[in-house]
Design a protein around this ligand. Structure first.
Ligand code: BV8
Ligand code: ZN
Length: 251
């Protein structure tokens, strides 16, 4: 007797596939969960602490002001981790979906790991910045430093001021050359895929309500229910690295 849960998942996958077959404009919102199967930790899973600090307490301008060494240690560790990981089947499934939809596809990511672009995604909006980029706190010079190790307190070659990771910290505004495009893509989409996010961080999580307010259909892919689950049309519960390739194969 097949497990009823897998029957339910099977039906939900079929429903999601038939929904995706019938639309031309799809937006995707991803969070740290899509990179878990590449070996990267999430922010809030398993206590979500780093050296006993909550991310919300380290990824802030005040923390950087108070203890730049601590903050750079946090980011240099994550940069070093990135040198050892690669995109997983979940990332590649989104590349295939983009190839199918072409300019009807927009990928909005909260992730700063760059794995979507590494997998081959083209239209990627990094609303929280990118950990491979650094920005000078003095002259604003921005450089892509890949995942090379940086000095403990990296300084700007141009003006000598302290560099910072080019990511959006808590209590910072989202990049004004990216955020409006993310809002527009979500307002115009017919279907929003919400993948691997706890839907706790705003304004990113607010994109889900924005899509719904324009009558887009919402499909969530997550290991567990989130605050968004009650309001989505289809909830696919399971690992993105398994469910996304399965979903795209059905199209
Ligand atoms: C802003 C970049 C306007 C850095 C990040 C008080 C004062 C000021 C602001 C606030 C305040 N109270 C609240 C706010 C707003 C605040 C906020 O939302 N706070 C939260 C904590 C409540 N937001 C901000 O500050 C934003 N700016 O509001 O500006 C403003 C300005 C000034 C004053 C007021 C307002 C800026 C937010 C951006 C912060 N930067 N990242 C870095 O990465 O180092 S956020 C960080 O969290 C990451 O970007 C991450 O992506 C994001 C969200 O987390 P998730 O991606 O969802 O990851 P998480 O671990 O939470 O969840 C993983 C999920 O995956 C889980 O659901 C799990 O079940 C699932 N999963 C696990 N494995 C799998 C899986 N799913 C599928 N498959 C699997 N295998
Ligand atoms: Zn500088």
């Amino acid at each position: 007797m097949p497990d009823p849960a897998s029957n339910e998942l099977e039906n939900a996958l079929e429903q999601a596939a038939s929904l995706l077959r019938g639309v031309r404009r799809v937006a995707v919102l991803t969070g740290a969960g899509i990179s878990v199967e590449s070996g990267l930790a999430t922010f809030r899973g398993a206590g979500g602490l780093w050296e006993g600090h909550r991310v919300e307490d380290v990824a802030t301008p005040r923390a950087f002001e108070a203890d730049p060494n601590l903050v750079w240690r946090f980011y240099n560790l994550r940069r070093a981790n990135l040198a050892t990981v690669k995109p997983n089947p979940g990332h590649f499934a989104l590349v295939q979906l983009e190839q199918r939809l072409r300019d009807g596809f927009t990928l909005v990511t909260q992730n700063v790991d760059g794995l979507h672009q590494l997998a081959g995604s083209k239209n990627v909006l990094e609303i929280h910045g990118a950990i491979r980029r650094v920005r000078c706190t003095g002259c604003g010079l921005t450089l892509d430093r890949g995942v090379d190790p940086l000095a403990d307190l990296p300084k700007c070659a141009q003006c000598g001021a302290l560099l910072r990771p080019d990511v959006v910290w808590f209590e910072e505004m989202l990049p004004d050359h990216v955020w409006p495009n993310a809002e527009l893509a979500v307002k115009r989409c017919q279907c929003l895929l919400v993948i691997g996010t706890s839907a706790l961080v705003y304004p990113a999580a607010g994109l889900i309500d924005k899509a719904r307010s324009r009558d887009a259909k919402i499909v969530e892919v997550n290991l567990a229910p989130t605050p968004a689950t009650a309001g989505v049309d289809i909830a696919l519960q399971g690992p993105a690295g398994i469910l996304l390739p399965d979903l795209i194969k059905r199209l």
